[in-house]
Design a protein around this ligand. Sequence first.
Ligand code: ADP
Ligand code: TRP
Length: 336
Amino acid sequence: MSKKNILTGIKPTGTPHIGNYLGAIKPALKEMHNDMYNYKLFVADYHAHTTVKDAKVFQEYVYEIAATWLACGLDPEKVTFYAQVDVPELFELTWLLACHTPKGDLNRAHAYKALVQANVEKGNKDPDHGVNVGLFTYPLLMAADILLFDTNLVPVGKDQIQHVEIARSIASRINALYKTEVLVEPEALVVDAVAVVPGLDGRKMSKSYDNTIPLFCPEKRLKKLVNRITTDSSEPDAPKDPENSLIFDYYKLFASHKESEAFKSQLMGGISWGEAKAQLFEKINDEVKGPREIYNKLMENKDQIDKFLKEGAEKARVVAIENMKRIRGHLLGYQK
Ligand code: ADP
Ligand code: TRP
C-alpha cells in the first residue's frame, strides 16, 4: 500500500506553552512513528509575518518553535522538517492558486471575517481597517503549503478546518478545469486535542491572554507559576473538591489514570493547596526536564537548529521542484 502524505505547519508567533504542547505537539509527534505516513512538518514563518513585524523577535520565535519540536522528540530522519523561507516554490504556487480563487472565498475565511465584524461592531467607517493583504490571502499560502507536496491528510485543530477546505476546493477547481489530477485534493485530519488546557486564570491558556506556563521556562519560574494557579480559600487540612480544581485539571494532563486517582484521594482527604501545588510541580517538571535540557542546548547552539532545517529543506525541495514543474506544465505549458 502506498504511503499517505501527511503535512502540518506551525506558526512561530510566541513562546510555546504547555497548551501548545499537550494540544498540538505531543499528538502530532505520535504520528511520526506511523509507517503509513510520509510526514512533513514545517515552520510557517511567512504566515507569522502577518502579525509579527519585529525581525529580532521574529527570529527568536522561529528558533524557539523549531527547538521545541526537536526537544520534544521530532526525529528529522523520520519527518521532513523545514521552514517556508527555504522553499521558494511555495510563493510561486501561491500566485498560481490566487488566479484560481474567487475573492468571495477569501471574504468568507473566518480570521478575515472576524476582523471585519469587529470593525463593524466598533462603528469603524472602514470595515477593512487594520487588515493587511497578507492576512487576507493567508489561506492561499496555506493552500500552497498543502498542495505543493501532494498532501493527502492535514492534521489541524478545529479552527483550521476551513483553511484546509479552501485548499481542497482550489485543487478540485483546477483539476476540473484542466481535466486531470493536477493537484491532490487534501483532507483535514482533525486532531481531537486533549480538552482545552486552561491557563493560570482558568480561561483557555493562550499567548493572547498572558496566562501561559511556557513549556521550557526555567525550573524556578515553573515553580512560581504553579504557585500562582488560582485555588479556593479552604483551610490547609480541609477536604478539597478535585472536580472544581485547576490544580487537579493540570495534574490529570500529566499523570496516568492511576496517579490521578491517588492524587484525587489525597485532595479529598485534605492536603494543603501548597502541598498539592508542590506535587503538581514535580509532575510537570518530571515530564519536561529532559526535553528542557535539550531545548536549552539547542537555543545556545542555533547553528544546530539551522542545520536540521537546512537538511529538511533540501529533502522538501527535491519534491517541491519536481511537483512545481508538473503544475507549471499543466497550468502554463512550460516544460521547465
Ligand atoms: P495561542 O492560543 O497561544 O496563540 P496557537 O493558536 O498558536 O496558540 O496554537 C498552536 C497550536 O496549539 C494549535 O494546534 C492549538 O490548537 C494548540 N493550542 C493552543 N492553546 C491550547 C490550549 N490551551 N489547549 C489545547 N491546545 C492548545
Ligand atoms: N494556519 C495554521 C495555524 O494557524 C498554520 C499553518 C500554516 C498550517 N500552513 C499550514 C497548518 C499548512 C497545516 C497545513 O495553526
